[in-house]
Design a protein around this ligand. Structure first.
Ligand code: 13P
Length: 255
């Protein structure tokens, strides 16, 4: 079975409301013109999600993801946003375990597993991020690090749930640094993750699960990354803030 490609834009903590409106409008115009065949997801900051889901349901050019979700169902958790709230405004997926959340907010695999469970409970597709820091790669520990992240964050799920998860490999040393993993490095880790999934859940799940690459993926290098057999698209940071670059990446994922 050939997997369709997915391109997701992680806007991170960027843009004011007006800039977000403009970016969405520009994306709509370009996506409408170019009609890429890949699945397109945008992940704006929380205050712009409803604007994005309104546009998504009107034009059907992209889906909308959040960048984070609470690890609790509801209640006295000041400042948090629940899976139920996201679901209620039409958000269909959610980045979970981004390295910036792990680093700056101390999110560990146990917390992330709870977030994954809540997202799935509300039929929100988790985009679960894994990846090693530079020292871990240099010490050749990256496979062990990624195995632990995948096992502790996801492998408690049963088959019916893991089917609805997207995994993103984002080597931390490549995020926002302009230093992309080579296609060979990306492929090696993606194949490793797929092997872990196969050992745990079998061939069918392993061959259908999507594994995205993230980390300085841009309009210049997307094609060769997406040409790798186990790279099913990208999770794009900086380049997702420029409509032309982002849509060019979507086109490269549609070949
Ligand atoms: P950059 O594309 O800016 O390196 O960010 C990648 C990323 O963290 C996407 O989640």
């Amino acid at each position: 079975m050939k997997r369709n490609k997915i391109v997701a834009g992680n806007w991170k903590m960027n843009l004011d409301f007006e800039e977000a409106q403009t970016l969405i409008e520009d994306l709509e115009n370009l996506l409408d013109e170019k009609q890429p065949s890949c699945e397109v997801i945008i992940c704006p900051p929380f205050p712009y999600l409803e604007l994005a889901t309104d546009e998504a349901s009107e034009h059907e050019l992209f889906e909308v993801g959040a960048q984070n979700v609470a690890a609790w169902e509801s209640g006295a958790y000041t400042g948090e946003v629940s899976a139920k709230m996201l679901d209620s405004i039409g958000v269909s997926c959610c980045i979970i375990g981004h390295s910036e959340r792990r680093k700056y907010f101390g999110e560990d695999n146990k917390t992330l597993a709870a977030k994954v469970n809540l997202a799935l409970q509300y039929e929100i597709v988790p985009i679960f991020c894994v990846g090693e820091v530079l020292e871990e790669r240099e010490a050749n520990k990256h496979f062990d690090v990624i195995r632990k992240q995948v096992e502790e964050g996801l492998f408690h799920l049963d088959i019916a749930d893991i089917e609805n998860v997207i995994i993103a490999y984002e080597p931390v040393w490549a995020i926002g640094t302009g230093k992309t993993a080579t296609p060979t490095q990306a492929q090696e880790v993606h194949a490793f993750i797929r092997k872990l999934v196969k050992e745990k859940y079998g061939d069918d799940i392993a061959s259908q699960i999507h594994i995205l690459y993230g980390g300085s993926c841009n309009a210049k290098n997307a094609s060769e990354l997406f040409a790798q057999p186990d790279v099913d698209g990208g999770l794009i940071g900086g380049a997702s803030l420029k409509a032309e670059d982002f849509v060019s990446i979507c086109e490269q994922a549609s070949k």
